[in-house]
Ligand binder design. Structure first.
Ligand code: GCV
Length: 813
């Protein structure tokens, strides 16, 4: 049982922390019962040594006491680590009558020869390592470890992360810095970060990692690269993490020099075999390959009119003698679909491609299926393919890196979303062979670009081990280990995390609209129409009369028919379709009334206001934690939350303006299109600045902003409200092709200045670059002159959208 009362945060936590240690900080905890003073590991294999040293490290952090390492079984109270076989040898009388799966562990307190031991055993070295981390987790979260008898086995054998790292050191959809594996076309010399990443993964029971982008680089299978790959494998190995490689299906031709990559050509089969043999000669414990074929421009079996089963089987046959597996991605679709054809539907693609091949795949092929039928959107139904494949191995692909979820700039804890998907799969009685999580950690100190985003990796790992865990239990563990046990800290952070997915959905894409982002660009900022009129198939088909994709069998694209009869009936029928997926399944008029009793259009307005208000509230929720957690992470998270609050407002205003204009239906609450305290930059007195049309129009207030075309410009206005204290918000554009400087003054007194130097993925004035600066506590008197000066830099024109002058209580509309 948790003994929160006995836990307390020590003053020394208040020093700065970068977040590098994530949940493995081992901060001081007051224990109910002292731990043993000694530790013994039954052999000196790399994994057992890693496990032993981790326990020593953890106990030292938590108790400030250093365990004494013994080289034989001590005759005093001790922690003992060993595989089941070794432990049976050490304690033959102690009733070890059950066997353990290789990755399973057993924590047990026993008495032998009158001495009390805390035994950590596993079905293999790796199981022992997982047991050691489980023991430390218990200690760090305040659970008693005085009388243990607990066995745990992972749900599935494949518990992998996928890294989308490129050999040049960049990472596709990575938000935590450059690759920890690659730089300048080669494996990094210093791979210590890889080892530290392995430690984090092992603490969650993750046992495999791809180290290169699924948009694979053929060079990795060459003789030049295999030794480099082997070095990376070596860095992971002590932590029980086996590497896997993403491979390119065209390699037999492009790398091997054959005249074909036809999967049914014997030369091609021989080439795959010969390459697999070469990789396994250097890395005997390679976990396998991942293959993305016929998807988003990657070549595949369609080049030869062959099937995905033909493709998967030729590669998997090469892996089979080495016990390797092939994770073949189900993410196959045509990105040149005709938008004008209402029967076309990307959501259908995975099922249409793979269902007819059910039963034709080799045993060591696993179809890696994204949780939803589109692509990691804020809300999607569960992919129908999970239930449809009956004779084929399946793994679920989840995305930890927040590609469509605010890219680690927004707090979005994904466990509640994954929980829903896992519950559906459980109800279908599906037994997954495994999980692949797209993680994309990088060289940044905190790995993920944001301290709070680490919770997503933690939750992913915990769910792969035990998909029945609740989001609440997972986040509680994470917060206790990552930020300590102060009740205010725990309650605040848990509540923020648990509500954050819904909040993000509310301000980015409610009712199954999907994330209304720049689909053809950076997938970050708002751009309502970016998904339309192109072949990518993330369509929402909003027009003047209505909104939503008609995926019904009766009148639409027929996607709903891919589900089992009962599920299909629920989705097909407007009355039973859940509100949160309504616009994913149906096209309805804006005036359609939901189960909630509100119209679709009013729900769109209300959700965006509610979401932005909830994001705004994170800042005052976080502020009382000052002094209760270390200053460095406190300040980093605070800055991120302030930024998010501003961005949520950009989303709110953009989406609401777009739907207001398109539908012509006013917001019954009168908010849409009315912005109290707002002064448009283009209506201010401009010196050097010129008005510009922002594209897409909805991402700037009234579609316009100002840009500076000379060395320095200013925009000023006269305050004519009542005298008092105000908060001043400056909405400016922070592009990544320059670092403009801004200065705000009241009657020539400078009240704030800053550089627009944030890491924002755009070179334009748009919904991604639109950023808010808030200057609180300004005394204003009628007649005061408010001036914003902008100094452009590089390609960034010190763009300004508007200012808002708000009396503090009026802040949240
Ligand atoms: C690695 C989406 C992403 C791509 C990614 C692809 C995939 O389309 O935007 O960056 O490519 O999914 O999962 O293969």
């Amino acid at each position: 049982m948790r003994t929160l009362l006995f836990l307390f945060s020590a003053a020394l936590w208040l020093h700065g922390e970068t977040g590098y240690d994530a949940w493995l900080r081992y901060a001081p905890v007051k224990l109910a019962r002292p731990l043993p003073a000694t530790i013994f590991a039954a052999d000196d294999s790399k994994s057992l040594t890693a496990a032993r040293d981790e326990v020593v490290r953890g106990v030292r952090g938590i108790t400030a006491l250093t365990l004494r390492i013994e080289s034989s079984l001590p005759k005093e109270e001790a922690i003992v680590l060993g595989t089941m076989e070794q432990i049976r040898g050490l304690f033959p009388q102690s009733g070890w009558n059950q066997s353990l799966d290789p990755d399973a562990f057993w924590l047990r307190t026993l008495t032998s020869g009158g001495v009390r031991y805390t035994v950590v055993t596993g079905g293999s070295d790796r199981g022992v390592l997982y047991g050691a981390f489980a023991l430390l987790r218990k200690i760090a979260t305040g659970e008693s470890v005085g009388a243990l008898d607990e066995k745990q086995a992972p749900y599935a054998p494949i518990r992998w992360v996928n890294q989308w790292d490129n050999l040049d050191g960049s990472i596709e959809r990575g938000y935590g810095g450059r690759s920890i594996f690659w730089e300048g076309g080669h494996a990094r010399q210093d791979l210590s970060r890889v080892s530290d990443y392995g430690r984090m993964l092992a603490s969650l029971g993750i046992n495999g990692a791809t180290i290169d982008n699924v948009n694979a680089d053929k060079r990795l299978l060459s003789d030049e690269y295999i030794p480099q790959v082997a070095r990376i494998a070596e860095a992971f190995r002590p932590w029980g993490v086996r590497i896997a490689l993403s491979v390119d299906f065209g390699s037999p031709q492009s790398l091997g020099g054959l005249d074909t990559f036809d999967p049914l050509d014997p030369k091609v089969a021989a080439w795959w075999k010969q390459r697999a043999d070469a990789v396994y000669a250097a890395i005997p414990d390679l976990a396998g390959f991942v293959l993305k074929a016929d998807s988003e421009g990657r070549v595949g079996p369609s080049a030869y009119k062959r099937t995905h089963a033909d493709a998967a089987n030729v590669v998997s046959r090469a892996l089979a003698p080495h016990h390797g597996v092939l994770l073949y991605r189900g993410f196959v679709y045509d990105h040149h679909m005709d938008w004008n054809n209402p029967k076309n539907d990307r959501a259908r693609a995975a099922y249409d491609n793979f269902k007819p091949l059910d039963g034709q795949f080799n045993d060591n092929v696993i179809i890696q299926i994204k949780n939803g039928p589109i692509d990691f959107q804020v809300r999607e139904p569960v992919s129908p393919l999970f239930d449809a494949l009956e004779k084929t191995n399946e793994a679920m692909e989840l995305q930890v890196t927040q590609e469509y979820m605010g890219q680690a700039r927004h707090l979005v804890f994904l466990a509640p979303q994954w929980r829903e998907v896992l519950d559906v799969v459980r109800r279908q009685n599906r037994k997954l062979r495994g999980f692949a999580g797209v993680v994309n950690v990088g060289l940044d100190d905190n790995w993920m670009g944001n301290n709070l985003s680490q919770a997503n990796l933690y939750a992913y790992g915990r769910f792969t081990w035990n998909p029945a865990l609740t989001s609440e239990a997972v986040v509680r563990e994470w917060t206790l280990q990552t930020f300590g046990s102060d009740p205010r800290v725990v309650e605040t952070i848990d509540a923020m995390q648990l509500g954050s997915w819904k909040t993000y959905e509310n301000y980015t894409g409610p009712l199954g609209l999907q994330t209304l982002t720049d689909i053809v660009g950076n997938h970050y900022g708002v751009a309502v129409e970016a998904s339309e009129n192109n072949g990518w198939g993330q369509w929402h088909r909003a027009d003047a009369r209505g909104v939503g994709m008609d995926r019904t069998v009766a009148t639409g694209a027929g996607y709903i028919g891919q589900y089992s009869t009962q599920v299909a009936r629920t989705y097909e029928n407007l009355q039973s379709c859940p509100d949160e997926l309504l616009l994913f399944m149906h096209h309805v008029p804006y005036t359609y009334v939901l189960h909630s009793g509100k119209t679709v259009i009013q729900t769109i307005y209300d959700s965006h206001y509610e979401g932005a208000r909830a994001a705004e509230a994170y800042v005052p929720q976080w502020q009382p934690l000052k002094g209760k957690i270390d200053d460095q992470r406190y300040a980093a998270v605070l800055a991120q939350l302030k930024y998010q609050a501003g961005q949520a407002q950009v989303w709110r205003d953009s989406v609401v303006s777009w739907f207001l204009k398109e539908s012509g239906i006013p917001d019954v609450k009168g908010r849409a299109g009315h912005y109290p305290g707002r002064i448009e930059a283009e209506s201010m007195t401009l010196d050097g600045y010129s008005p510009v049309d922002v594209k897409p129009w909805e991402t700037a207030s009234r579609g316009k902003a100002i840009a500076c075309g000379q060395a320095k410009c200013s925009a000023s206005t006269r305050f004519d409200g009542t005298a008092g204290w105000y908060d001043l918000r400056v909405q400016y554009f922070d592009q990544n092709n320059g670092i403009s400087h801004f200065r705000t003054s009241i009657n020539k007194q400078v009240v704030d200045e800053w550089d627009a130097a944030d890491r924002i993925p755009t070179r334009k004035m748009d919904g991604s670059s639109s950023t808010r600066r808030e200057i609180s506590g300004i005394a204003l008197r009628p007649g005061d002159q408010i001036m914003i000066e902008g100094t452009p830099n590089g390609g960034e024109p010190a763009g300004l959208d508007y200012i808002e002058i708000l009396s503090p209580p009026a802040k949240a509309p």
